[in-house]
Write a protein that binds this ligand. Structure first.
Ligand SMILES: Cc1ncc(COP(=O)(O)O)c(C=O)c1O
Length: 370
């Protein structure tokens, strides 16, 4: 086998990168005389809050290597935030671990956990595509679920929860989370709960798996994944973290130290500032709430039905037609959305509409839908 074919055999394990399929529709939307309104990707567009920028700049003189576990100030901030915002109790530094972006974590977690052929990784039927990518990179078997407790626990080594959900915005109620955590513990299945939209609830108040009503005050077998990308407009900084089972996090810390997965020191300082400030989160939430209401109204008036969407940065919308027909129809009006089948075949009659666009672009979309 040549060196090039050895490398390509890894990419061959992965799904086709779906966004390339959207390019022709992007070109159509971009041809609109007033420009494209791109609602296809959930990427923040508003400024990084001043308090965070200042912390980053103040830490610009960071010549030495940072550590994987982070500064003790960062660990204090992570512990403080999980207790204050998630209601977690008795958190210690051993219960937290900074990571360089949660996408990177999702993609490489099964590999870092030592999963491989014969092991199974479960995730929701409609899901952020990187859960599957992570399983495939490790040569583990990806399995989708409607209700995780209906999965065969045999060989199931990792179970992903995602509440609020990307793409549907659905929130798992406290009793559902409690039931799943109890089931997973009974069967020795490790739960990773991706909660990166937790602070973006609109018609629901999302609960963390770390809340004592869900986990009984013990973090055994559970880890929550959080990201500052969405709540603090920090997608460009790559700042995320894990919180939960100390044995699991201790093992990951050992592995990641060898792999050099260090959050840059200025980003660690910025994360401390971000986690200590709730004002910018409230301000950003207000921006999204207004954009969400405007787009929701315009889509409904245009004949869309919105399902779930009680939290997150997306509206999960359908015209009860194939998603690519909807994508094409909206592209003609200069609006680009993500087809639901990017998130699994079950999404084939939905589109995902992100409300991460400026007020000016959202207003343009509303006019075009009228
Ligand atoms: C469910 C979910 N998890 C993780 C991520 C990754 O976020 P980040 O890598 O910016 O922390 C995203 C981003 O869209 C997401 O939707």
């Amino acid at each position: 086998m040549s060196a090039a074919s050895a490398a390509s055999s890894v990419s061959a394990r992965l799904p086709v990168f779906p966004w390339d399929k959207l390019e022709p529709y992007k070109a159509t939307a971009a041809a609109h005389p007033d420009g494209i309104v791109d609602l296809s990707v959930g990427t923040p567009v508003d400024p990084v809050p001043e308090v965070i920028q200042k912390a980053l700049v103040d830490a610009a003189d960071s010549p030495g290597y940072p550590t994987v576990w982070g500064t003790s100030r960062l660990r204090d901030a992570l512990v403080g935030w999980t207790e204050r915002r998630l209601g977690a109790v008795a958190m210690e530094h051993e219960n937290v671990l900074p990571v360089v972006g949660s996408k990177e974590l999702v993609a490489w977690l099964p590999t870092q956990l030592g999963l491989g052929p014969g092991d199974r990784v479960g995730y929701p039927r409609l899901a952020y595509p990187t859960y599957e990518v992570g399983a495939r990179l490790a040569r583990a078997e990806p399995v989708v679920y409607d209700d995780p407790t209906e999965l065969d626990p045999d060989g199931l080594k990792l179970l992903w929860l995602n509440s609020p959900s990307n793409p549907t915005g659905r929130v798992l109620a406290e009793d559902e989370l409690t039931r799943v955590v109890a089931w997973a513990r009974e069967h020795g299945v490790l739960v990773f709960s991706d909660e990166c939209y937790l602070e973006l609830g609109w018609e629901a108040d999302p609960v963390s798996v770390l809340h004592p009503d869900v986990c009984g005050g013990s973090y055994e077998g559970i880890v929550a994944v959080h990201s500052l990308s969405k709540r603090s407009n920090l997608a460009g900084y790559r700042a995320a973290f894990l919180a939960g089972d100390r044995a699991v996090l201790g093992e990951l810390l050992q592995i990641r130290k060898h792999g050099g997965m260090m959050t840059p020191a200025p980003v660690q300082a910025a994360a401390v500032a971000a986690l200590g400030d709730d004002a910018h989160v409230a301000e950003q939430r207000a921006r999204y709430a207004a954009r969400r209401a405007a787009l929701r109204g315009a889509l409904e008036a245009h004949g869309f039905r919105i399902e779930h969407s009680e939290a997150s940065l997306y509206l999960w919308a359908t015209r009860d037609e194939p998603c690519w027909d909807t994508v094409a129809r909206l592209a003609e009006r200069g609006i680009l959305v993500a087809p639901g089948d990017f998130y699994g075949p079950a999404g084939e009659r939905f589109v995902r509409v992100a409300f991460t666009a400026t007020d000016e672009r959202v207003e343009a979309a509303v006019k075009r839908l009228a």
